[in-house]
Design a protein around this ligand. Structure first.
Ligand code: FES
Length: 71
């Protein structure tokens, strides 16, 4: 599969949250399998975990919202 080099993908790093990707991207596992992103409230947006606490790597599952001080 090829991609259009003139089309930009936007990645926004949220404070204490995920990397929010807007645009067409392919996410692969370490074994090279294409991973399907979980459904998003906003179509075409993918959120990658940047906190390391997700249970659905590499995607954000909202765990970053839980205060680590409260367990
Ligand atoms: S950034 Fe959301 S679970 Fe890690």
């Amino acid at each position: 599969m090829s991609s259009d080099p003139t089309t930009f993908v936007t990645i926004t790093a949220r404070a204490r949250g995920p990397l929010v990707i807007e645009g067409n991207v392919i996410i692969r596992s370490p074994e090279g399998q294409i991973l399907e992103a979980p459904p998003s409230k906003t179509p075409g947006v993918i959120k990658l975990c940047a906190c390391g606490r997700t249970r659905n790597r590499p995607f954000c599952d909202g765990t970053h919202k839980i205060d680590p001080e409260q367990g």
